[in-house]
Design a protein around this ligand. Structure first.
Ligand SMILES: O=P(O)(O)OC[C@H]1O[C@H](OP(=O)(O)OP(=O)(O)O)[C@H](O)[C@@H]1O
Ligand SMILES: O=c1cc[nH]c(=O)[nH]1
Length: 190
């Protein structure tokens, strides 16, 4: 095994890997089972992925639920750009598509890659409120890195990752990035 510079991946991408492809696959399988257990099956579920990497994660969870339950759970994609509380100070984000199946009376599971301040999820809850009135909204994230600024928590977490505010968590997914991995960089290991 070649020696690595601390904090630098073998391909010189900054940061250290905290989840590799197999870890991500296992975490998503567990989350899918947790969702089914909590919901006692797949009935009334709608998965809504947040752009950008929450969308492929929602599809992967739907694939696993279909494999276990034989049910195709509807999957939507939600862009929260126009609902962000930093829109005035950071107006340069490019909006993505929003395409959410009917959510009235359904159990909506929001899916995102990283949960940090909670402001993205706050925006997502506002966006959902304009689309309908779900029976319940739950949250699944691949990584919870802490540092919440709002009273928001995840129901399903792939990995709790203690982090410094100065660090950054980078999620790469094959659909968008050609590989699956989660890295943390910055702080003392920049
Ligand atoms: O809890 P928060 O403090 O809101 O942070 C979490 C959000 O930050 C990242 O998105 P980012 O805004 O970096 O855009 P991206 O999804 O395009 O990477 C990540 O994908 C989450 O959506
Ligand atoms: O570290 C972070 C913080 C917010 N969003 C991310 O994707 N990573």
């Amino acid at each position: 095994m070649p020696a690595l510079t601390p904090g630098v991946g073998s391909d010189s991408t900054p940061g250290r890997i905290v989840l590799d492809a197999r870890d991500i696959a296992r975490a998503l399988t567990r989350i899918s089972h947790e969702i089914l257990e909590r919901n006692r099956g797949a009935s009334d579920l709608v998965l809504v992925g947040l752009h950008s990497r929450g969308v492929p994660l929602a599809h992967r969870i739907a694939e696993r639920i279909a494999a276990v339950e034989g049910v195709d759970v509807p999957v939507g994609e939600l862009d929260v750009t126009m609902y962000r509380d930093d829109l005035r100070t950071n107006p340069t984000r490019a909006p993505h598509k929003t395409d959410v199946p009917p959510i009235d009376g359904r159990i909506v599971v929001l899916v995102d890659d990283v949960l940090y301040s909670g402001r993205t999820i706050r925006a997502a809850l506002d966006a959902l409120g304009d689309l309908g009135r779900p029976a319940a909204v739950r949250l699944a994230v691949l990584v919870d890195r802490g540092h919440r600024e709002l009273p928001i928590r995840a129901d399903h977490v792939g990995k709790n990752l203690p982090s410094a505010r100065s660090e950054r968590v980078h999620v790469a997914l094959s659909e968008a990035d050609g590989r699956d991995e989660v890295r943390i960089s910055g702080g003392d290991d920049a």
